[in-house]
Design a binder for this molecule. Structure first.
Ligand code: COA
Ligand code: ZN
Length: 325
């Protein structure tokens, strides 16, 4: 049903934020800048460079200002950053981010664990952050965590999600990212929730954000595409995860998603060989093998040599035809 589809899918890279925040090694500032600069040439719509969070909460990204100031800005790419509160907004404005990506959770327990605020407290803080952004003409996206389930509360009612999206739409946010923080989403649920949010808020740009914790990241992406979503967060190499969400693991990997979408005929604008090369650099920086599949297996039509002794195998097989004639 998807064959020959030429729709454009916008790809957002989150490895330098969602990815690095969950790594045990600190990637040096120079290396982060070099990685972002490499990613900038690959055709992404957006790169989430870092987060302006507390350095105690997320030590891996404590160099947010330095990274943001030093990266090369490729025209046409949106350089965004995650912001939890007014202090984060001030830091982000000083660094001239192209977009504020606000964060709060659809689950009360995860919001408290991750941001140390109740949801009403987050809403009040983020209302002020939206005002900060709007006075500087910076667009605002809201990333809602645990939309498809919470590792501490279980199911998260869809009505809570719709209510929160409505509150941010009223504040003036132009986009919402529906985050599956710990890979609890499944395809029929993804279709239902994406479809409901899209129908209720036709003026809001919706982004899908899936983690591959239970191996459903790719199929959830397809379900979201079926529901009409055309923008996705993903992480090079499949690294990532929220340190304050128990059991979190990597995002669905950029090379796997882009490769799949290209096979299906979608135009992502992103080069798979470029991603594979960048994934090898990332593996060196974090010091371990990455969970992504395509950077190990290569693209679908990657061809391998036949096994050793193949000519003899063929000759023996052909000789059988002659002797049986
Ligand atoms: N950037 C830098 N420092 C910040 C900050 C920000 N955005 N927000 C608060 N701080 C500092 C304060 O200045 C204060 O510093 P001090 O002790 O030197 O005075 C300290 O952090 C505590 O401030 P407080 O407002 O009490 O924050 P908190 O300890 O309640 O933490 C958050 C709240 C939101 C800042 C913190 O939980 C956080 O950054 N969470 C992000 C989690 C995350 O990114 N998770 C993964 C993404 S889903
Ligand atoms: Zn995430």
């Amino acid at each position: 049903m998807f064959e020959g589809n030429s729709a454009k899918i916008r790809i957002n890279e989150v490895a330098t934020r969602d990815g690095l925040q969950n790594e045990s090694v600190f990637v040096e500032t120079d290396d982060k800048v070099a990685l972002v600069d490499k990613l900038s040439g690959l055709g992404y719509a957006k790169i989430e460079v870092t987060s302006f969070t507390s350095p105690t909460a997320i030590p891996a990204l404590k160099d947010a200002e330095a990274v943001m100031h030093r990266i090369r800005r490729e025209p046409g790419v949106v350089y965004t950053a995650l912001i939890p509160n007014v202090r984060g907004g001030e830091r982000a404005l000083e660094c001239r981010v192209d977009e504020f990506n606000l964060v709060m959770s659809a689950s009360e327990t995860h919001n408290l664990a991750n941001l140390r605020m109740t949801r009403p407290q987050s809403l009040r803080q983020l209302g002020d952050v939206v005002a900060q952004a709007r006075s500087a003409n910076v667009p605002v996206n809201i990333s809602l965590s645990c939309v498809f389930g919470c590792p501490m509360e279980g199911e998260v009612p869809q009505d809570n999600v719709l209510e929160l999206v409505g509150k941010f739409a009223d504040l003036g946010a132009t986009g919402v990212t529906l985050c599956d923080t710990t890979g609890m989403a499944y395809p029929t649920q993804v279709y239902r929730i994406c479809d409901s949010v899209a129908k209720a808020f036709p003026g809001i740009n919706i982004t899908g954000h899936f983690h591959n914790t239970r191996g459903m990241g790719l199929v959830n992406t397809v379900a979201a595409v079926q529901a009409g979503i055309t923008q996705f967060d993903m992480s090079l190499g499949g690294i990532g995860g929220c340190p304050y969400a128990p059991g979190a693991s990597g995002n669905v990997s950029t090379e796997d998603v882009v490769h799949m979408l290209q096979c299906m005929g979608y135009d992502t604008g992103v080069s798979v060989p470029g991603l594979i090369e960048a994934a090898h650099l990332l593996a060196e920086l974090v010091g371990h093998e990455l969970p992504a599949q395509v950077s190990r297996a290569g693209e679908r039509l990657t061809r391998h040599s036949p096994p050793a002794g193949f000519n003899e195998i063929r000759e023996r097989a052909l000789a059988r035809d002659i002797t049986t004639k």
